[in-house]
Design a protein around this ligand. Structure first.
Ligand SMILES: [Zn+2]
Length: 460
């Protein structure tokens, strides 16, 4: 039974961009996608007569809802508070599903019901999960977590010792990774790996002793750290016949390493993030580069340009933000680049920055953003076809983009994260309507759904 029509949409899918489309929705699902019938006015009257709600897109772009498959809720602020504020920020950025990395020291399986319940009480958008593996118990739980619908198992090769102890992350060694890859391969999961070589990080950190600036921080995590562990991880995954997903690829040379291993039969997906495309080691264009500090660090401008080219060629598979909300004063409090909390909340600006600097400059097509930010993450993590698609039968998750709006970036009013390194940037084009399972959750920057509309998705 149709209950909503989106008329005059320019539909953007990974395969095509087509103006003059009509999307009919009912019971939270897509019912039909078809060319706008001629004589639109009379159809509108008919629809209104049928008490069918009507949204005229006026030719604006409509994409399947964006999926941020790599986010950290509760990393620096309480998890349940983040679920409220950061899911609203996600909706503002056009995201309809986010994937949170579960970090537990004990059983993940036993805690799963807590996460599903919390999402149902507090989140505005839908949520899926990755499970971070750090202990033997976690390895033992992989098959049962896979049976519960979780496909992504995350391994951190950096962050050994105390570096990220405060957020509950404990890095692993190659032996543990090899065992994890075998377990993941056995049950048809995806091994997600943060590739940065800890020993080389230690060396380059020591070489920056006495320095305390953004460039020194970036030089303490040079490309070779990612390259070495990317190669080792790909080689081990090939040995284990495991499907691999490398997070936040910020080094262009990693793209070549993955390509080489693909020719050897390895299934490896590469994620990058807006920050690695937009920010360089000099902090060019940023009012306060320290606000942007994160790990892995930024590389040269040439490296960022090479990542854009790889993206355009289709050599990178997904874009995700690795967002973690924190407060500016807390992040910068120490006055030392070596003690800053990594990351920030990037979901509100992710699409708009890529649309401006990718589509707006001719480097990317809108269809590529639909692929990288919706269809591909949905497929890799087992959410497709309910998510990442606007084909009939899919969840009615979509985002409408106004490509003519120009605006100046400032902090997102919904997020607890009270800053963005992009502050002051001029952008063109942004999400103006976000819909989750048939309900408008954001319109013109206003969040219109109560907390708790979100559901844990993709779980058995
Ligand atoms: Zn992460």
């Amino acid at each position: 039974m149709p209950d909503l029509v989106i008329a005059n949409a320019t539909l953007v899918t990974p395969e095509f961009t087509q103006a003059g489309m009509r999307i009919t929705l009912g019971d939270g699902k897509v019912l039909a996608v078809e060319p706008e019938p001629s004589g639109t006015a009379s159809h509108r009257e008919q629809a209104t007569a049928d008490e069918c709600r009507w949204i005229d897109a006026h030719g604006r772009l409509v994409l399947p809802g964006l999926i941020d498959c790599h986010t950290h809720f509760g990393a620096f602020l309480p998890f349940e508070e983040d679920l409220v504020t950061e899911s609203r920020a996600a909706a503002d950025g056009g995201f309809t599903t986010v994937c949170h990395v579960i970090l537990e020291q004990g059983s993940i399986l036993e805690r799963l019901p807590y996460y599903t319940d919390a999402v149902g009480r507090l989140s505005t958008v839908d949520m899926h999960f990755w499970a971070a593996c750090m202990t033997d118990e976690h390895l033992d739980e992989i098959p049962r977590l896979r049976a519960r619908g979780i496909r992504g198992f995350k391994f951190f090769l950096s962050y050994k010792g105390d570096e990220m102890k405060s957020v509950g992350i404990f890095g692993i060694d190659y032996g543990y990774l090899q065992r994890g890859l075998e377990r993941v391969a056995d049950c048809g999961g995806v091994a997600i790996v943060h590739v940065e070589n800890y020993e080389l990080l230690q060396l380059h950190r020591a070489r920056q002793a006495g320095n305390n600036d953004f460039l020194a921080f970036c030089h303490s995590r040079p490309p070779i750290c990612e390259e070495v562990d990317a190669f080792a991880t790909c080689r081990m995954a090939l040995e284990a016949r495991a499907e691999l997903y490398l997070v936040h690829t910020g080094t262009a040379a990693v793209v070549d390493i993955a390509k080489e291993f693909r020719t050897r039969g390895l299934k490896v997906h590469l994620e990058t993030g807006p920050r690695y495309l937009l920010i360089d080691e000099n902090g060019t264009g940023l009012a306060c580069p320290e606000e942007a500090i994160t790990t892995p660090a930024y590389k040269s401008r040439d490296n960022a340009d090479a990542l854009w080219k790889a993206l355009a060629r289709g050599d990178l598979d997904t874009i995700a933000t690795d967002s973690a909300a924190n407060l500016r004063a807390t992040k910068l409090a120490s006055g030392s680049v070596w003690k800053l909390q990594p990351s920030w909340q990037e979901m509100p600006t992710a699409f708009a920055t890529l649309f401006t600097h990718g589509v707006g400059t001719g480097r990317l097509q809108p269809s590529q953003l639909a692929q990288l930010m919706s269809a591909a993450p949905a497929r890799i993590f087992g959410l497709h076809p309910a998510k990442g698609s606007l084909a009939p039968g899919a969840d009615a998750d979509l985002v409408m983009i106004d490509s003519d709006i120009t605006y100046t970036v400032d902090r997102d009013p919904h997020s607890a994260c009270d800053y963005t390194p992009y502050r002051g940037w001029q952008l063109r084009g942004r999400p103006v309507l976000t819909m989750v399972r048939g309900r408008v959750v954001m319109r013109q920057g206003q969040v219109t759904a109560a907390s708790g509309w979100g559901r844990a998705v993709g779980l058995a």
